[in-house]
Design a protein around this ligand. Sequence first.
Ligand SMILES: [Zn+2]
Length: 243
Amino acid sequence: MSSGVPADLHIPDNYVSHTLKTQKPLPPITWHNWYKNINWLSFTILTVVPLVGIVGAVFTPLRWQTFLFSIFYYYCTGLGITAGYHRLWAHRSYNASLLLQYILAVLGAGAVEGSIKWWSRGHRAHHRYTDTDLDPYNAHKGFLYSHIGWMILKPRRKPGVADVSDLAKNPVVRWQHRNYLSLLLLMGFAVPTIICWFLWNDARGGYVYAGVLRLCFVHHVSFNPTFKAEALDVLLVVVHVLC
Ligand SMILES: [Zn+2]
C-alpha cells in the first residue's frame, strides 16, 4: 500500500464468520438459472481444449520427435506454474533474478491458467481461508468443485481479502498481466507449433500434441489441489542455478 497502512489492518479476528454472516452470497444455482451462472470463457477453454486435442489426435499421426518435445514442453509450462506462479509469486518462497522471473512468467502464460496477478490473488485467499466459503476452491464443496467447478461456475462469494500489493508493484507481473493474451497465444500454441514445424516439419503435430493436448495435461495436473506444491519443483533448483 502506498500509504504504508497494511490492507488487512482493520480485519476483525473473526473475519471469516463475520464476513459470511454480513455479506450476502449470490442465490444458489438451480435448473432455472444455471446458464446465467456459467463462466462461459472458462467453460469454453476447458471444453474446447480437450475436444480439439482428442479429435486432432485421431486424425494426426504422432511423430516420436513431437512426442518427446510435448513431454519436455509440458514440464516447461508446468514449471511456470509450480516454480513461478505458485512458489515464487503466490508464496514468495524465494527470490529470483529478473531474467528468471521473465522466463517463468512467459512459460507460465503457456499453461493458460490466467495471469500471475489473478492466479496469485486467488491462491493467497485459498491459503488464508482454506476450506471456508472465502476460499475460492474450497475442498468441502467436493473434489470436482475444487478441481474445475470453481472456474466453470460463477462463485457465490468473492474470495476473502488477500494482499497482493507486492505483485501490483512487480514490473514482471505487471508486464505479463498487460500482455497476457498475446503471451498465451504465443506460448500456448504458436511456439510449440513453430518449433515442431522448423525442426522436423511437423506443424500440425506440434499444434495438436505439444500445443493443445499438452495444455490439457498441464491443466488437469495443476488444477489438482494436492499437486500444486510438489511434483515439478525438483526442476526449480536446476533452473534457479542456471539463471
Ligand atoms: Zn500454495
